[in-house]
Design a protein around this ligand. Structure first.
Ligand code: 26V
Length: 811
């Protein structure tokens, strides 16, 4: 038994505190509170427990980690925090006695969409694991007024609406006016010279923005350590209200300054749409970087005085992707201009303090800003970047690896190139550690993406395979399975995910294996009810639940799944005796507003659902559902109900993936390519417990290099299956809901199938048939599923954070 930090002595104590809180917060009795109010008061009560522990969680001289990320996809917190405090059962019981229902109260909570997908959720898992591992790790990010859009489906199409997540307030946050800082944009640089000939610069004029922090407590497991996530909001620094304009009746003009400033923290950008070069995005990046660093240095100076040369011994600034790439130069700017540190020392300090994680190898995803835009917005910061770039070029010939070509290396590694500031190179040059997020991805970074940097300084690069918090994605998401796990091996696995390994002893335990069926059934019922409510589609819980849930992206190949389902449909229609394991194909995920192709694939899936589900000739064997508005909360329903986890990106394209980990942890068997961390899953569970298909990274690279892939050959050489499916995209087969799919057809046949869907198609369908054939022997299937869970310990973010702590942050 873990010893939990006890927040309520017993039910009576809880009830007293809760009733008092209802009065204090809302001036109401508990009975007068709506479910939403019950939630708000309870969340505030739990938050206050966390906040009270915050100041005593760490000794003052502990090394601190600041995790800079433009995204933190934290998910609902109440259920999670009650579990972490070991108080969930007590509270649920007490609420029942009081005539309420904790589950219903938890469902009132918003799911803040402050991230796009895997990258943002990873940041949230890392906060949870930093608190669990006991390190002083703090999140630094943006408090967007509107999160990622809400997705509705109309006529099969994705329709986006605003995510007004703050409509009912956010009980977990505390606004800290006293900690607000000023951030300057569009100023000009003034050169000063002293009598001794020494010179220095200041930045003046422009627009001052007030960055106001909102803190959210991050309550670790067992309530032992509480850290915080600090989210910044932009406000005008002065009440620069245009009274003349107001008096003239031009209210928009009168308020313009305020609204221009507030725009900075209004909306989250889609990180995966390739929408670079937007000025507002650059402002967001600088705002949270500058505000975060100003605060860090203020805290540091209070504690250690102006011993700036020791900063890297006490502080780590970790940058999540290139979005916080300005951390290095901004740290230098503050040290040089405001603290009087010399340029070379300032660079050394920045370099010792900053580290960087890359999250994609897609070339379109590499952030770049036009130099002119950058220099106008941040003239003084730009001077530091220009000078570091100049020194980099200067020193290049000395650093050059054997046989490397100076021109090539310069072209690939310079920060400033072709009129642009290249943020990845900026991040690398300012960091003492650069890591990828899976073994394969980190290899590709060294071998391809950042090859020249790696040649010059191999020791700079390392791998940190992603992980996910198993307390949320197994314990909380899957209460029925967690219960039998704990009954079998005790609750130590919550604290140490490696203890899941003990489950291997139950792999031949018939009664355990059959209890897995019951646990899964409960989750399937829960998901089926949710799917019915949100999409109207009826799922048969006796079917295999085959799940692909993630952002929609061409490289992730949801289109390959569509090919498979259409192929099965065609074959069932051709031969009514064609036997397959009855399967429900469940999809969920959002496409960026501007990503037309991805949105068409969503429409395609919904059209396929319409065709398949309404055809009695096939709907006993296959069914298709698209779950709208994929988010942390409904993801938890989906992961726990899945039998099969589809991880089918083109080899070499998915940096890691994390839904693969969440699903295997819940006992789903992976059907996947050797891509991202599927490779590591496969090594850990062994070939009998995963189904791998398709081309390998080297084969993909070879095929692409050769230029010998012809989509039309794929079509012509297999008219009966591949060609038929391609035709069905435009021949009316799928047009009933909202028309044909010409652009998807052209993606394949005109753009020559860039992600090689047709090349992997046969291998994929064969693998699926072989895998599902095993489902009828349920004991064998569950044995394999259990083996996946038993080997999921490695994919706990507790392990990932332990590696960052030891190898990068040196704590
Ligand atoms: C961005 C873009 C933008 C332009 C079009 C192509 C493209 C492709 C991918 C991206 C992703 C940006 C960064 C990101 O979200 N990476 C995700 O990070 C996860 C956590 O490390 C990882 O599991 C996912 O594999 C990775 O895609």
């Amino acid at each position: 038994m873990a010893t939990y930090q006890q927040i309520f002595k017993d039910k009576k104590d809880f009830e007293e505190q809760y009733r008092a809180a209802c009065q204090a917060e809302l001036g109401k009795t508990f009975e007068q509170c709506s479910l939403l109010e019950q939630f708000q008061v309870l969340a505030k009560l739990v938050a206050s427990k966390g906040n009270a522990q915050l100041p005593v969680s760490h000794t003052t001289d502990e090394k601190k980690v600041y995790y800079f990320s433009l995204e933190f996809l934290i998910g609902p917190l109440l259920d999670n925090y009650l579990i972490n405090y070991g108080a969930r059962d007590l509270v649920a019981d007490a609420m029942k006695d009081m005539g309420s229902d904790l589950d219903a109260v938890c469902r009132q909570e918003v799911d803040p969409g402050l991230g796009n997908g895997g990258l943002g959720r990873l940041a949230a898992c890392f906060l949870a694991s930093m608190a669990h591992n006991g390190i002083a790790g703090y999140g630094n990010g943006m408090r967007y007024r509107y999160g990622l859009f809400h997705q509705d489906i109309e006529g099969g199409r994705q329709v986006e609406t605003t995510d007004n997540w703050l409509a009912n307030g956010f009980p977990w946050e505390t606004r800290k006016d006293a900690s607000a800082v000023l951030v300057r944009f569009n100023g000009h640089v003034v050169r000063h010279e002293g009598a001794d000939g020494k010179y220095w610069f200041t930045e003046e004029g422009g627009d001052l923005v007030r960055a106001v922090p909102y803190d959210v407590p991050i309550i670790g497991y067992a309530g032992k350590v509480v850290n915080k996530l600090r989210l910044w909001s932009a406000e005008p620094a002065s009440e620069d209200f245009d009274l003349d304009a107001f008096n003239d009746g031009d209210y928009a003009k009168a308020n313009k300054f305020r609204s221009d400033v507030e725009a900075i923290s209004t909306i989250l950008y889609p990180n995966d749409a390739g929408e670079h070069g937007r000025l507002l995005r650059l402002k967001q990046e600088y705002l949270f970087v500058s505000a975060g660093l100003q605060t860090i240095l203020r805290t540091y100076e209070k504690q250690y005085g102006p011993k700036w040369e020791d900063l890297g011994k006490h502080v780590c600034v970790h940058t999540n992707d290139t979005h916080p790439a300005m951390c290095g130069p901004e740290l230098m700017r503050i040290l040089v201009d405001e603290k009087g540190v010399d340029f070379d020392l300032a660079f050394k300090i920045a370099h010792e303090t900053v580290s960087f994680t890359n999250h994609t190898v897609m070339p379109e995803a590499l952030e770049k800003w036009p130099i002119n835009t950058f220099r106008n917005l941040l003239p003084r910061l730009y001077m530091f970047i220009e000078e570091i770039d100049r020194r980099w070029r200067d020193g290049l010939s000395e650093k050059l690896a054997e046989g490397a070509n100076w021109n090539d290396v310069l072209r690939n590694t310079a920060i400033l190139w072709d009129g642009q500031v290249r943020m990845a190179n900026l991040s690398i040059i300012f960091s003492h550690s650069v890591n990828g997020v899976s073994a394969l991805h980190s290899d590709i970074l060294k071998r391809e993406t950042f090859h020249d940097f790696a040649q010059m300084e191999p020791g700079l690069f390392n791998n940190k395979t992603n992980g996910v918090t198993h307390r949320r994605f197994l314990r909380e998401a899957n209460p029925s399975y967690s219960k039998i796990i704990t009954e079998a091996i005790g609750e130590g696995w919550l604290n140490d995910a490696d203890e899941l390994k003990k489950l291997e002893a139950f792999e031949s335990d018939a009664s355990f294996l059959s209890s897995m069926d019951e646990a899964k059934k409960v989750n399937k019922e829960r998901l089926a009810a949710y799917v019915k409510e949100t999409s109207g589609i009826v799922l048969d819980t006796n079917m295999v639940f085959d799940v692909q849930v993630k952002r929609f992206h061409a490289y992730k190949r949801q289109l390959l799944s569509v090919f498979k389902v259409l192929d099965l449909r065609n074959r069932i229609l051709d031969d009514p005796n064609f036997e397959i394991q009855p399967t429900a194909f469940i999809f969920s995920g959002k496409a960026a507003q501007s990503y037309t192709f991805a949105k068409e694939v969503i429409r395609l899936i919904n059209s396929l659902a319409d065709v398949v589900n309404n055809d009695f000739r096939v709907n006993e064997k296959i069914r298709v559902a698209f779950v709208p508005n994929f988010a942390v909360s409904n993801a938890q329903y989906i992961y726990s109900a899945a039998d099969i986890s589809e991880q089918i990106s083109l080899a070499g394209t998915e940096a890691s993936g994390t839904s693969n980990m969440k699903l295997m942890m819940n006992g789903a068997l992976t059907l996947g390519t050797l891509d991202g961390s599927n490779v590591e899953i496969s090594e850990l569970v062994g070939p009998e417990n995963i189904k791998i298909f398709g081309m390998k990274t080297e084969e993909v690279e070879e095929l692409q290099r050769s230029g010998r892939y012809y989509a039309w050959d794929m079509y012509n050489n297999d008219r009966g299956r591949t060609g038929r499916i391609v035709d069905q995209l435009t021949d009316g087969t799928l047009a009933n809901l909202s028309g044909n799919f010409e652009s998807v057809h052209d993606h394949l046949m005109v753009e020559n199938d860039p992600y090689l869907v047709m090349a992997d198609f046969h291998s994929y369908v064969r693998a699926w048939e072989e895998l599902t054939a095993g489902y009828s022997d349920r004991a064998a299937w569950n044995k394999s599923a259990l083996h996946n869970t038993a080997n999921a310990g490695f994919f706990s973010s507790d392990r990932t954070i332990a590696e960052y702590t030891a190898d990068i942050w040196h704590i």
